[in-house]
Design a protein around this ligand. Structure first.
Ligand SMILES: Cc1cc2nc3c(=O)[nH]c(=O)nc-3n(C[C@H](O)[C@H](O)[C@H](O)COP(=O)(O)OP(=O)(O)OC[C@H]3O[C@@H](n4cnc5c(N)ncnc54)[C@H](O)[C@@H]3O)c2cc1C
Length: 498
């Protein structure tokens, strides 16, 4: 009789975000019996937190607009986003990505995911960014439905803790469920799809810095579990210090924004795609702004043009605009407010002075925050009144605004005065992935593949530089599919040997 705590499958996928779902579906479509485990109660991971842009060439959307583009041009343009870090890239994985991104986008569309675009994003020479509709949960919804339909067994609230081994070969994972039950899954092959370590103070301290280790992550459950599980097998991280953030972001609204509340159904996605194609901008703007004002970063140009960042006590947080994200993490409650006067508010009411952007999707100006984020918007006739509204000492705020430190071109002197906030500092994502080869096998000592172990998405990023929008999501789904396919093939070979 089989021990009830042990189950077997061909391919075990660890992680139910974008890359894990893609791997599970592809493995099952290639004949494998697949179990997918997800530690959270819901599928989704960082993928469901994302805006959801997907960058690719030769897509139906590009072709419909007569845009002539190619993976070769994408390959050349992609690395331009990395600036001085360009030589840190893994060109083999970049090639793998650009060559397979189109097929992945079409595959997602065939599964019912709707996109609008392509939108321009220089230095891409052509518009290549496709945005998912109605929001990134549509990926999880459509892929979840598909996985279910083809017999992938999905186990939520089940956390992988360590690999099971037969000699050097990975043969499954030992897990624990939310109600404390231990569970072992034996498999011919394991695919790690466990995301990044943006929320792991230990891994951030180890690979980035002790200061960044203090900064919260947008996704608090991205704790790098898969990285930690793989280290004892000789796996190692490439580009561990590369990350997005710490950035200042306005805190999310107390209630979900309209755009996030929309059910991620195929029908709604389709209606929205048609609306975006045919409705005038004036009608679409309120919806599209939902993307931008929900949790977006205040533009650094705000501070360069005179806005002052203060902590919750009203004390000025000093430093070059680019360093403010890191500085705020050591302030009380890690929060701050952006202080502006009327002159600055007027400046940031029209192009090219926007307060926040979801690049290529929309730009939010001063009035957009007034209308859509009343929770962040504070106005008063004098600085003293503003201080009172924010429970700050009036003199402290007054001093903060007058103490310009000589680095600003304007002074805040014209009433009324405004505060936007709270803003917090967040690590958006970390880019350090395990070293992998072109088949997405995890590499161990001597860069030899660890038998039976694949990785995809963030944990399988293998030194690939993904700066620019739409490359992380693109890589998650593209690498997930490739890993799933190889895992199914290896599992079939393993079964044949027995
Ligand atoms: C706010 C925000 C906006 C973004 N917007 C974009 C964008 O528009 N375009 C873009 O390209 N990228 C974007 N990104 C980045 C992108 O979302 C991620 O890089 C990508 O989704 C990672 O996918 P993944 O499958 O590797 O990880 P995830 O989606 O995080 O999935 C990993 C899953 O594994 C699970 N897991 C972890 N450990 C275990 C364990 N021990 N046992 C079981 N399960 C486990 C996690 O709970 C999670 O569900 C954004 C990120 C953020 C935070």
């Amino acid at each position: 009789m089989t021990d009830p705590a042990i189950e077997t499958c061909d391919v075990l996928v660890i992680g139910g975000g974008g890359s894990g779902l893609a791997a599970a579906i592809e493995a099952a479509d290639n004949g494998a019996k697949v179990i997918l485990i997800e530690k959270n109660a819901e599928l989704g991971g960082t993928t469901a937190w994302s805006i959801g842009s997907f960058t690719a060439t030769n897509t139906p959307q590009q072709l419909a607009r007569g845009i002539k583009d190619s993976p070769d041009e994408h390959f050349e343009d992609m690395i331009k986003f990395s600036g001085p870090q360009a030589d840190r890239d893994n060109p083999i994985l970049r090639r793998l990505f650009v060559d397979n991104a189109e097929d992945t986008l079409r595959w997602l569309m065939a599964l019912g995911v709707e996109f609008f675009g392509p939108m321009p994003e220089p230095p891409h020479r052509k518009p290549r960014m496709h945005n998912v509709l109605p929001n990134s949960r549509a990926y999880i919804r459509q892929l979840g439905l598909r996985a279910d339909k083809i017999g992938v067994s999905i186990r939520q609230s089940t956390k992988a803790r360590r690999f099971m081994l037969d000699g050097d070969r990975v043969t499954g994972a030992a897990c624990i469920t939310d109600n404390g039950e231990e569970q072992e899954f034996q498999a011919n092959v394991v695919v790690l799809a466990s995301g990044d370590y943006a929320a792991s103070p230990e891994l951030k301290a180890r690979f980035i810095s002790p200061e960044v280790a203090l900064v919260d992550a947008m996704n608090p459950t991205a704790t790098g579990d898969g990285h930690e599980m793989a280290f004892p097998l000789g796996a190692h991280v490439l580009n561990g210090d590369v990350l997005s953030g710490p950035t200042l972001r306005f805190v999310p609204p107390p209630r979900e924004s309209l755009e996030r509340l929309l059910p991620p159904s195929r029908l709604l996605g389709k209606i929205m795609r048609l609306s975006l194609q045919y409705l005038p901008d004036r009608l679409l703007r309120p919806f599209v702004l939902g993307f931008t004002t929900t949790s977006m970063a205040p533009e650094l140009s705000l501070f360069a043009k005179g806005a002052v960042l203060v902590n919750k006590l009203g004390q000025r947080i000093t430093g070059a605009p680019a360093t403010l994200g890191l500085s705020i993490a050591s302030e009380p409650d890690k929060i701050g407010y952006v202080i502006m006067d009327n002159t600055l508010a007027e400046t940031f009411s029209a192009w090219p002075n926007f307060i926040a952007t979801a690049p290529g999707v929309s730009y939010a100006y001063f009035d957009d925050f007034r209308r859509t984020r009343s929770d962040l918007f504070h106005r008063a006739g004098t600085l003293a009144e503003l201080a009172e509204k924010l429970s700050m000492d009036p003199k402290t705020l007054q001093d903060a605004v007058q103490d310009h430190g000589g680095d600003q071109s304007t002074t805040l002197a014209t009433p009324p005065f405004y505060a936007l906030g709270p803003a917090k500092s967040y690590v958006v994502l970390t880019d350090g992935g395990l070293a992998v080869n072109e088949q997405l096998q995890v590499l161990g000592d001597g860069d030899r593949p660890i038998a039976g172990l694949y990785a995809c998405g963030s944990v399988g990023q293998g030194g690939l530089m993904l700066k620019g929008h739409g490359h992380h999501i693109g890589w998650a789904f593209t690498s997930g599919r490739i890993a799933g396919r190889h895992a199914a093939a290896e599992s079939a070979r393993e079964s044949a040997l027995r």
